[in-house]
Write a protein that binds this ligand. Structure first.
Ligand SMILES: *Cc1c(COP(=O)(O)O)cnc(C)c1O
Length: 424
């Protein structure tokens, strides 16, 4: 039976789409390795890892097996008053693989919720210290999710803040980091945030930032010294630092976690997306013993959060299998190989008349065009060329599964080049 795309168009919302003029959707019937198979039999090389998540590709035997094993035991059980092996093993792995100081794990359902949890931890931390603080400090071009708390610290323009202005808390935004990853560091870049902190530090519960790569807010890649500077300022004022590694975590930038580029440890860390290798929705918020204990030393006596599907055993089992697979694989060699190939094949596109900039870090390649092209048109060109690349605004970007071969990656980069030529 064929997929009823007409019903889809008439009744189903897709991410950021109009119900009046929905964009065309491509029916996918199965996926394997780095290939998506469309209903008409066409195979597409996947350049998106389904939004950073499917780092091992699709239909991965080890992850299928983990899901099946867990399914035969139990798909779900409540986490209130109950624990299970999948959660314990996963949290042991997360504690071991992240910064030494991060010892306490809160598992939740999605990235946005992991951010809400991080913000609540920071607020409750200051509440317990009898110094309630209600503001967060962040940078422009950031993206932290679509729920209200997360939206409040996301770039006001990208998230259309004005629309929700009466409802959203107002936080402090400074300019996005300017010095690029490999440029000479400009110390005066910290002046704006230093000035703001000097004046307002007593209102601020935490600084929240995506380390090194700003994802959905512009695919910008910035200098590690900016992150180092934030850590120093947070320490100087005793403010918490929240690292949102939901996109960057698990090897994507060439380090297991992007904070490692700057050699810093956050007080709170948000993880998601690739956590289950893209199989199921799961996220985690990690923090230090000091923050956790302070949070729970206040009036409430507990951390006030507990989702229904917290630590879903099926998702935890697949996450544990995904992390084991990652850590046992030559992921770093793979990411370095992808980075070198992206440098070699995307950087030359800078000379195209419709290209404003090219950026590469780890297994992330970004081509910024001089104008925004129609997504549906560009999407159709890519599908015709046999690749799955989903651009937004002026950004054509890829972050393929780490297992992509040299030849498959070349198909992605050459499709980008051909698309640019057709649009020029
Ligand atoms: C995707 C993303 C989120 C939100 O995660 P969801 O699972 O979509 O809720 C938050 N922060 C960053 C940096 C992200 O890339």
């Amino acid at each position: 039976m064929s997929i009823n795309t007409e019903f889809d168009q008439q009744h189903i919302w897709h991410p950021y789409t109009s119900s009046i003029h929905p964009l065309p959707c491509y029916p996918v019937v199965r996926a394997h390795g780095v290939r998506l198979e469309l209903e008409n039999g066409q195979q597409l090389i996947d350049g998106m890892s389904s939004w950073w998540a499917c780092i091992h590709g699709y239909n991965v035997p080890e992850l299928n097996q983990a899901a099946q094993n867990q399914l035969n035991k139990m798909a779900h059980v409540m986490f209130g008053g109950i624990t299970h092996q999948s959660a314990v093993e996963l949290c042991q792995t997360l504690v071991a693989m992240t910064s030494a100081s991060l010892e306490k794990v809160f598992i939740s359902d999605s990235g946005s919720v992991a951010v809400e949890v991080a913000l609540k931890m920071a607020l409750q931390y200051w509440h317990s210290l009898n110094q309630p603080r209600a503001k967060f400090l962040t940078v422009r071009n950031g993206y932290h999710g679509d729920t209200f708390g997360a939206m409040g610290v996301t770039d006001p323009q990208n998230s259309m803040h004005e629309m929700y202005q009466d409802f959203l808390p107002q936080h402090y935004f400074v300019s996005a980091p300017q010095t690029r990853f490999d440029e000479a560091w400009q110390e005066n870049e910290m002046d704006e945030i230093k000035a703001l902190l000097a004046e307002r530090h007593q209102d601020i519960a935490a600084i929240i930032i995506e380390p090194i790569v700003q994802g959905a807010g512009g695919m910008r890649i910035y200098h590690p010294n900016y992150l180092k500077g934030l850590r120093q300022l947070a320490d100087q004022y005793g403010i918490l630092l929240i690292a949102d590694e939901i996109a960057t975590g698990f090897g994507r930038t060439g380090k297991l976690f992007a904070c490692e580029h700057a050699g810093i440890e956050p007080d709170i860390l948000c993880l998601g997306k690739a956590l289950t290798g893209g199989y199921l929705s799961l996220a985690a918020t990690l923090t230090t013993k000091k923050v956790a204990d302070t949070v729970c030393s206040g009036k409430a006596g507990v951390f006030m959060h507990g989702p229904t599907f917290m630590a879903n055993p099926l998702a935890c089992a697949v996450a544990q299998a995904s992390l084991t697979l990652l850590l046992e694989s030559p992921w770093q060699a793979n990411v370095t190989r992808i980075e070198q190939q992206l440098m070699a094949e995307l950087m030359p596109l800078k000379t195209h008349s419709n290209v404003a900039d090219v950026r590469v870090l780890g297994a992330i390649g970004v081509v910024e065009t001089t104008q925004a092209y129609d997504v549906a048109t560009l999407q159709a060109i890519f599908v015709e060329l046999g690749v799955w690349i989903r651009p937004f605004g002026k950004l054509i970007y890829i972050m393929p599964p780490f297992v992509i071969t040299r030849a498959q990656l070349s198909q992605l980069t050459s499709a980008i080049e051909q698309a640019l030529q057709r649009l020029a």
